[in-house]
Design a protein around this ligand. Structure first.
Ligand code: GDP
Length: 357
């Protein structure tokens, strides 16, 4: 799937850069444009992608601190400028736009949902938000900001792809190491997902294309992605169990939003050498994903890649009813209360926790 990426805020810029690099290094060419937008000048320096500084009249390049309402306002005032700097690439090359942001901060937390809304107003193509949830040890302001941002982004985007900052962090990681590991994991998984719709080698009926990704995410709401790989035999017939076991591992242990398996729809992409892919294995794995997710709408397809390994990439869409999202919204709500906002216990679906716009 050909995309333009727009990173908003510090985390958004770093993850966008990391995704663009992964796509370039792998030679996939799914990323057709990458832009980092921020109100903090320092966070744009050292990024190897195009950058746009916004809100200079308001914050003079110093950022918004944790004020996501200000982040939203600044984006609203500057959306046209941001879109202008990308318009050529969006209209001629992209099948989707992905807005990337940490939901717990200020510029990205407020700005990403606002930008998604503007993009959706102007373009026909889907607009996705890749949103990063604060880890549970992060402070109350991050949690509260992320609650409002999540709610708003899920409404404004065609799908909100969530990554929990605790999902892939190693146990002994420092904060910086943790970010690096999470950013690498995001770029590999999301990078492969985007590229999987671009496969050209071994084109056949079973090869996944962009429309399958778009249709999987069509129901809106919240989505997640997971990935696992394993060494495979040269003989497809011996790889039935390899395919079912990498699928199980991807879904049960590696999703970007852990412990949220029930879904409205799903996509299972098996990546690897077409000669090694067992059709029987793929069929079994797909049925297993149907059972686990309770979804009748599980799409599947191959991503032909020159590799000795076989990998499973799982996308779940419509996971917002999961306990995992409710738990997070409760955490955000508690934090919002202690920040002085009196709100009642909240679910993703009700309006007790204010959205940003
Ligand atoms: P902004 O610049 O005001 O939009 O704020 P940030 O992008 O720094 O957002 C803060 C949130 O993003 C916090 O929850 C951080 O844990 C998270 N964050 C900051 N940098 C990174 C990063 O490089 N990777 C990841 N995964 N999360 C980050």
């Amino acid at each position: 799937m050909k995309v333009v990426l727009i990173g908003v805020g510090q985390a958004g810029g770093k993850v966008t850069e990391s995704l663009a690099e992964f796509d370039y290094d792998m030679g996939f060419n799914a990323v057709r444009g990458a832009l980092a937008v921020n109100s903090a000048e320092a966070d744009l320096q050292n990024l190897g992608i195009d950058t746009t500084l916004i809100g200079q009249d308001r914050v003079k390049g110093h950022g918004v601190g944790g004020d996501n309402e200000l982040g939203a306002q600044i984006m609203q005032e500057n959306a046209v400028e941001v879109l202008d700097s990308l318009d050529g690439r969006i209209t001629t090359e992209a099948e989707a736009v992905v807005v990337v942001a940490g939901l717990g901060g200020g510029t990205g937390s407020g700005g990403a949902p606002m930008l998604a809304r503007e993009l959706n107003r102007i373009y026909e193509m889907p607009v996705y938000v890749l949103g990063i949830l604060p880890g549970k040890d992060e402070g109350g302001l991050y949690q509260a900001n992320a609650g409002r941002s999540l709610k708003t982004a899920a409404r404004e985007a065609d799908s909100l792809l969530l990554v929990d900052n605790d999902a892939w962090r190693g146990t002994g990681d420092s904060v910086a190491d943790g970010y690096e590991r999470v950013n690498d994991a995001i770029s590999q998984r999301v990078g492969l997902l985007l590229a999987s719709g671009e496969a050209v080698e071994g084109v056949g009926e079973s090869v996944v294309d962009s429309s399958e990704i778009i249709n999987t995410l069509r129901g809106g709401g919240i989505s997640s992605v997971g990935y696992a790989s394993a060494e495979a035999s040269e003989d497809a017939g011996e790889n039935v169990n390899t395919i079912t076991s990498v699928t199980r591992k991807a879904l049960l242990t590696s999703m970007s939003l852990p412990n949220a398996v029930e879904a409205e729809s799903a996509l299972l992409v098996i990546a690897g050498d077409p000669e090694r892919i067992s059709r029987k294995g793929v069929e079994r794995a797909r049925r297993w994903v149907e059972d686990q997710t309770g979804s009748m709408e599980v799409r599947g397809g191959d991503f032909p890649l020159g590799s000795d390994k076989l990998a499973a990439l799982v996308v779940l869409s419509g996971v917002e009813r999961s306990d995992r999202v409710d738990q997070f919204m409760e955490r955000a709500n508690e934090a919002a209360k202690s920040q002085g906002n009196s709100v009642d216990p909240d679910e993703f679906t009700n309006d007790d926790l204010d959205s940003l716009l």
